[in-house]
Write a protein that binds this ligand. Structure first.
Ligand code: HEM
Length: 362
């Protein structure tokens, strides 16, 4: 690393003059300063700084996924950067408590001076959603065109061109779908897995039939087993899987879902460990973002009750709906439907184990 040629001064390096003069309450324009407006501004600014850092990490992660081949070093970097994002998300979630020290009455002292500004206009937050893979047609109804209508032309066209780029979801799907190891010479993991699934479900069925004397109870439990069989059938059958996608019940491609499942089931194999950390990291990121949405929605209900938002949405009701609908990596959660207990997993042939492990020659 080259040595710095000029001495650096703390405040200059951090541009503190600019940063610390950027808190300008609007209440002073109309009368006395509303004491809590400073907190409101600073909390939003701190969030925007963290959004900036999260986007910085996610762009670096996307660059790794864009490489023609994502090797272990690249995958390590992805997992490492994801861990940082998760740590920042924990901080962002805890930080909701700071704004909650403001009471609804204190907020009302300056709320009307903000109209029609709104969190809808947080371009970094919308960029985050789009970059992760939230599609316009999947957004909560109010949002589909309305939030775009509330942006200036420059911001709108910036986000619209982002919508044309491959999202993290698309890149992860492609990466998983091209995973090797699922078919090696005569070995087909899916044939093996399918017979393990059939065996496990047959055993469950035999147990239920043996333990139930009540006909109605037996019928209910057998229907449960049949529903499990149908779920697994869809996983192994291209047409049935496509139907699930069309119904909006899964989003990952079939190949990607199968690969994610293979990695998750055999995560302790050295060749899968980093990939599993990435899948888990993305799952946690989705969960933590959902928690943020939920905490923000609860805080908004406390502040506004059923009042509409300054951006014109139904406020709490709109935000509550986004917690379920605006999720991107939900498939990694529903993957649990297809997991088998360790004891029921098929033993991998030695030839495959050798490929997945790190072997030293004597
Ligand atoms: C008193 C505190 C707050 C209130 C009452 C509030 C209220 C609202 C409301 C009602 C909405 C829905 C859009 C609308 O109709 O305006 C919204 C959206 C949003 N707010 Fe807040 N908010 C508060 C604090 C914050 C903070 C501290 C952040 C941090 C950056 C934030 C970020 C956002 C974002 C990103 C959205 C868009 C969410 C989406 O479309 O899914 N808000 N807020």
């Amino acid at each position: 690393m080259a040595k710095n040629i000029a001495p650096v001064y703390y405040g200059d390096y951090l541009k503190l003059d600019t940063l610390l003069s950027a808190q300008q309450p609007h209440s002073t324009r109309y009368g006395a300063e509303a004491h809590d407006e400073m907190l409101f501004i600073i909390v939003h600014q701190v969030y925007e700084l963290w959004f900036k850092q999260v986007l910085h990490e996610l762009r670096a992660i996307q660059r790794e996924f864009h490489q023609p081949k994502l090797d272990d070093k690249g995958l390590y970097l992805v997992a490492h950067r994801l861990r940082r994002v998760l740590t920042i998300q924990d901080l962002m979630n805890d930080q909701v408590a700071v704004i909650e020290t403001m009471t609804p009455q204190e907020f009302l002292e300056f709320r009307d001076y903000l109209i029609p500004a709104s969190g809808f206009q947080s371009i970094q937050f919308k960029e985050l959603e789009i970059m992760l893979g939230l599609h316009r047609d999947k957004r909560v109804a109010f949002d589909q065109s309305s939030f775009f209508n509330r942006l200036n032309d420059q911001d709108r066209s910036y986000l619209e061109q982002l919508e044309q780029q491959p999202s993290l979801f698309d890149l992860v799907d492609k990466w998983l779908a091209r995973m090797p190891f699922m078919n090696i010479e005569s070995f087909s993991f899916w044939r093996l897995y399918q017979s393990a699934v059939d065996k496990a479900l047959d055993e469950d069925e035999a147990l239920i039939r043996g333990n139930n004397s009540d006909a109605a109870q037996l019928a209910t439990e057998l229907a449960g087993i049949q529903s499990n069989r149908d779920n697994f059938h869809a996983l192994f059958d291209a047409d049935a899987y496509q139907q699930l996608q069309q119904d909006g019940r899964v989003r990952l491609s079939q190949q990607a879902m199968l690969a994610a499942l293979f990695i998750t089931q055999y995560r302790e194999e050295p060749a899968f460990n980093l990939a599993w950390q990435v899948i888990t990291g993305l799952t946690e990121m989705d969960e933590k973002l959902t928690i943020w949405r939920y905490k923000h929605a609860m805080m908004v209900q406390r502040m506004l009750g059923t009042k509409i938002g300054t951006g014109g949405s139904s406020g709490h009701d709109y935000l509550r709906r986004t917690t379920e609908q605006n999720r991107v990596f939900k498939d990694f959660f529903s993957m649990a439907t297809y997991l088998l207990p360790k004891t029921a997993l098929p033993q991998l042939p030695e030839q495959v184990q050798r490929l997945l492990g790190f072997y030293h020659r004597d």
